[in-house]
Design a protein around this ligand. Structure first.
Ligand SMILES: *Cc1c(COP(=O)(O)O)cnc(C)c1O
Length: 395
């Protein structure tokens, strides 16, 4: 029993870590919607600015509500420190700008968020940071892409939209063999399902916009890892460059984290029910979900993750069939997000992956008939009935 008190489990940390109370004794954490903080005297202002006295100065640097979110997320990921950012993309940008410089090299999975590919391929080369893109599940390709200048391996697992799973322990070992860091964008799993730091990763990235919010309200991001990197390198960059998280958004995410473990459980249960049902349908050529025994990395996912996640993709014969389904679903929104209480359907080839060439999409396995579902918290039987109705009438 005492072990539990000293080492609370995830659900307890989600509700309790980082909690704080002002003199008003409120129960729900306070929202400090303020740009700046006051000083008692000129001397105190001087001491705060000089960093000689701890305390808040300005919300681009620190804010109590943002700090509470950071502490709660760090506890869930099992990281020493977290720092919140204005969006998931600004988390990636801030990390890269804080720790890399001209001449450095990154090896990244080809199957990362499209905007992340764009950042690595189009923006960072102008500042002398080069990136090589490799196949997520091909360990030899990762090894072959590493150069003496490689400082970082960057990936998402499971991948979007095909839910391929990378072996985090093997990639962490490979990174460390070459003096590089393994950075994992843990957006799809969240710490409720996967804790990359415990598997050897050095840093975790989040788009809080997705499952951490869980109801599609706010944009936000975070970087989690050792204080030596997060406090000493990323924080000085953030307070100078400015992509800080809004206190309002931090409050929404802080409250979102309280229900994260229970929501992820339901996302996973619904997703498995739908993936299993889709796999039996004659119109469906293939289903991509790590929870299915037919998934190539099913065993690895079962070992590495506490659940298989809320994202299911499946392939129909062609674009016409895929669009027919999109247009006939009632309980799946057509919108550019994922990780919401409301289910979402996406046609990757013409939206998220629409800017890639046909050859690039073919290489990634993103066909014209592919649909991605972000399974929400609705009743699974209602979602299945909706899919059955939408699939009706295609060849
Ligand atoms: C959405 C997303 C991002 C970018 O996050 P924003 O909050 O939209 O900036 C990064 N990585 C993954 C895996 C995402 O799904």
């Amino acid at each position: 029993m005492n072990d539990h008190i000293d080492q609370p489990s995830l659900a307890t940390l989600a509700c309790r870590a980082g909690s704080f109370r002002t003199a008003e004794m409120e129960h729900s954490e306070a929202l400090f919607l303020t740009s700046s903080f006051c000083f008692e005297s000129a001397a105190q202002a001087a001491a705060r600015f000089a960093g000689e006295e701890p305390g808040n100065v300005y919300s681009r640097f620190t804010n109590p509500t943002v700090r509470a979110f950071e502490e709660r997320l760090a506890a869930l990921e099992g990281g020493e420190r977290a720092i919140a950012t204005a969006s998931g993309m600004s988390a990636i940008l801030s990390l890269v700008m804080a720790v890399l410089g001209a001449g450095d090299h990154v090896v990244a999975s080809r199957s990362i968020f499209g905007t992340s590919v764009s950042l690595f391929s189009n923006v960072l080369p102008r500042f002398g940071v080069q990136a090589s893109l490799v196949d997520l599940t091909d360990l030899d390709a990762w090894r072959a892409a590493i150069t003496p200048a490689t400082r970082m391996l960057f990936l998402e697992t499971p991948s979007n939209p095909l839910t391929e799973v990378a072996d985090l322990e093997a990639l962490a070992a490979l990174a460390h063999e070459h003096g590089a860091w393994l950075v994992v964008d843990n957006c799809f799993c969240t710490p409720a399902l996967q804790r990359p730091l415990a598997l050897g990763a050095d840093l975790v990235i989040h788009s809080a916009t997705k499952f951490l919010d869980g109801q599609g309200r706010c944009l936000g991001g975070a970087i989690v890892g050792p204080a030596e990197i997060v406090d000493k390198k990323v924080f000085p960059f953030l307070r100078t460059a400015g992509p800080s998280m809004s206190p309002f958004n931090a409050w929404v995410f802080l409250k979102g984290l309280e229900t994260l473990p229970i929501r992820m459980e339901r996302h996973c249960r619904n997703a498995l029910a739908i993936a299993s049902w889709l796999e039996q349908r004659p119109e469906v050529r293939r289903v991509f979900y790590p929870g299915l025994a037919s998934h190539p990395q099913h065993a690895l996912a079962a070992r590495q993750q506490a659940g298989f996640g809320g994202i299911v993709s499946f392939e129909l014969v062609d674009r016409a069939a895929a669009w027919h389904v999109v247009d006939h679903l009632r309980y799946f929104s057509i919108t550019a997000n994922l990780g919401d209480a409301k289910s979402i359907v996406t046609h990757p080839a013409t939206t998220t992956h629409g800017r890639l060439s046909q050859a690039e999409r073919d290489a990634m396995g993103v066909s014209e008939g592919l649909l991605r579902l972000s399974i929400g918290l609705e009743d699974a039987d209602d979602l299945v009935a909706d899919l059955a109705r939408a699939l009706h009438g295609i060849a």
